[in-house]
Design a protein around this ligand. Structure first.
Ligand code: CP
Ligand code: NVA
Length: 320
């Protein structure tokens, strides 16, 4: 990647660490991992073997559905010379009430790392507390940090920089994606603007802590209810589903509340002419985004999905 990223390669050692939120990583660590992700991508594209995790095993606990996270972690471990175990909570004793404490301790005796997708963020924190191997957050209700690593990699690839860009998130401000985007943006010096309806604003504590980082990195954080105001001159436009996993009971109500927050041609006219559009997927066309945008010339959603693989391989290589 650029000098900026390469400069940050020194003094980063993530061996044995957990990966729960982007707030817990330094700017240097994030840039280092992005550079590693880029290198691993080049190696994979050129057919150069890179078995850094030969013989290592990742346990993957899923309490929610997944396509990208499951497949990219599994394929990533395979490409790194290791293996991944898919552990559905429907099948393991955790789903029948075995404690997180015991599950974390037992699995740590078998595997070299654990990836967990769950509901409450405190569940991954509890796993991390009791596991003796690194724990990676594969999505909680509050954060989705591995997705945002892929997002940053994608933005970098398309824009050639991160610092100084403006990212705008339109939609549910109080979800995992928004929180991780805010935390990630301020670490890399990007400005972030969030447009959400009243009552669906980002978590105050997360914003407060991100603002402290922003004061240091020079980022700005804007939060408001008006999508037109927030999207002005954005380089990167991002949205996510109106109803995240676990909130299905609210789906009908949310459809109405979030209707004015659809990312469509009219709204995107206010972004920069060369803006890129990101969505972590799965998407609901004609709800949070029109087909004309997600399938249009500004959309980079499939590069973004692909980069899950490369960004996570960088995380796995360095933690395990
Ligand atoms: N973006 C994402 O995390 O996708 P999955 O739910 O398919 O893993
Ligand atoms: N916010 C979405 C992200 C899915 C990858 C959800 O939690 O369902």
């Amino acid at each position: 990647m650029t000098d900026l990223l390469l400069k940050n390669k020194k003094n980063v050692n993530l061996k044995g660490k957990d990966f729960l939120t982007l707030a817990e990583l330094s700017s240097e660590e994030i840039l280092f991992l992005l550079d590693e992700a880029n290198q691993l991508k080049q190696m994979q594209k050129s057919g150069i073997p890179h078995p850094y995790l030969n013989g290592k095993v990742l346990g993957m606990i899923f309490e929610k559905s997944s396509t990208r996270t499951r497949v990219s972690f599994e394929v990533g471990m395979y490409q790194l010379g290791g293996q991944a175990l898919f552990l559905s909570n429907k099948d393991i004793q955790l789903g029948r009430g075995e404690t997180i404490h015991d599950t974390a301790k037992v699995l740590s005796r078998y595997v070299d790392g654990l990836m967990i997708r769950t509901f409450s963020h405190s569940t991954v924190e509890e796993f991390a507390e009791h596991a003796t191997v690194p724990v990676i957050n594969g999505l909680t209700d509050l954060h989705h940090p591995t997705q945002v690593m892929a997002d940053l990699q994608t933005i970098y690839e398309h824009k050639g920089k991160l610092q100084g860009l403006k990212m705008c998130f339109i939609g549910d401000g109080n979800n995992n994606m928004t929180h991780s985007l805010i935390e990630g943006a301020v670490k890399v010096g990007m400005d972030i603007a969030v447009a959400s309806p009243e009552g669906y604003m980002p978590n105050k504590e997360i914003v407060k802590n991100a603002q402290a980082v922003a004061n240091y990195t020079g980022s700005t954080i804007q939060i408001g209810v008006d999508p037109v105001e927030m999207i002005q001159d954005a380089d990167v436009v991002v949205t996510d589903v109106f109803t995240s996993m676990g909130l299905e009971d609210e789906a009908e109500e949310r459809l109405k509340i979030f209707a004015p927050y659809q990312v469509n041609e009219e709204l995107c006219n206010y972004a920069k002419e060369d803006y890129i559009f990101l969505h972590c997927l799965p998407a609901h066309r004609e709800e949070e985004v029109t087909s004309s945008i997600i399938d249009g010339p500004h959309s980079v959603v499939f590069d973004e999905a692909e980069n899950r693989l490369h960004a996570q391989k960088a995380i796995l290589k360095n933690l395990l």
